[in-house]
Design a protein around this ligand. Sequence first.
Ligand code: DGY
Length: 432
Amino acid sequence: MKRISLEKKSKEILIKNDRGGYTVPTAGLYPFQWNWDTGFTALGLIKFDEQRAWQELGKLFEGQWQDGLLPHIIFHQFSPDYYPGPDLWGIPKDVFKNKQKIHQTSGISQPPILATVVKIILNEAHDKDLALNSAQELYPRLLAWNRWWWRKRDPESTGLSVVYHPWETGMDNSPAWDSPLKRIESQNNAEYKRRDLQQVKKSQRPSQKDYDRYMALLEFFRSVKYDPQILYEKSPFKVIDLGVNSLLQRSNTDLLSLAQLFGTIEEQNEIETRIRLTKKAFQRLWAPEFSTYLNWDCITNTRIEIPVASGFLALFARVPNENQVEQMTNELSRWGCLCRYLVPSCSPDSRYFEVKRYWRGPVWFIVNWMIGEGLLYYGQTELSEKIRRDSKELAEKSGFFEYYDPNDSSGLGGGEFSWTAAIYLYWLSKKI
Ligand code: DGY
């Protein structure tokens, strides 16, 4: 399809997925507002409706908890199409800031991209007054959320924050979570019926065993009433995820710019201290023999030796030194020789690589944009351009899917997907 019509189609998708102030990732499969989807979607919205982009972000923060947690799903309205819904999460009412206005939400978070998105929109907006006012309003909420990651998810101030559920990483069934998940006791509970398999082929979604474990974790969270200290001490799944920590480090940097405009000197110092701490702590995750960073299992206190795409998100976080950048660039180029389209979600020569299954091989536009942006920052223009060209070609061949086969380019998972359309508008529709 031609660039102009792809541009038109991607706008149409964002408009079609609008449910009145917020955008669903795709109709049916994901019928609510998701946390990190919101950030990427807003990047697409600024290309044709800045006011609507700010509204999208504001709407998500309506569900923020008193302690700063920004949930991974806000259930603005009922839908029978998704499981688990708000009843299963069973969130205690006293977690919300405004007791008069209780929202139905999940009880976990997702990779923190929003401070970065706010900074980008602020820089690129045409309506500067609207942008300054909106960013100023969001700043204290963004700060509260980042502080939640620093304090509740890293109470020992190591510089790296933990997650308790594969859904918090956004990369639900990455092979990196296989061994930490195996320890979760689960029963195949006949009472629950997966809704995702009504929309997408089984071969493209997580296995039943994985789902049972996802549900077992949720039951555990509910049983301890989402108490952050108990979760830190007792969660049976506890990992340091490269995706969350990279996006958090990048958002800390962007939050610092916002603090310089809207915050106090104390806040700026606090953010700077965290950035320094995290940058140093990241070195613990560097694995020279893999030429990338590796995820960490906090229960066994061992690294998870499966190279996945999120290792390269450290580039987006500005964490690696020159030598590491060179090694990562060579490694990523090697991946590019093993499959047709960059960036597969798992190393193509790993025994876990599956071209069509959710986060175990397919290409995702949001990941491509972040890695491409990071490479460009470090002057790796050629590889960054290859990633952009590959992404464009995927859109031209297959349209706007949730993810793509890295070899035959077929579109997989949900169709007419908001963040894919948004990244096309924001990053790919420009002429090279
Ligand atoms: C799902 O239900 O597949 C989502 O990824 C959870 O956030």
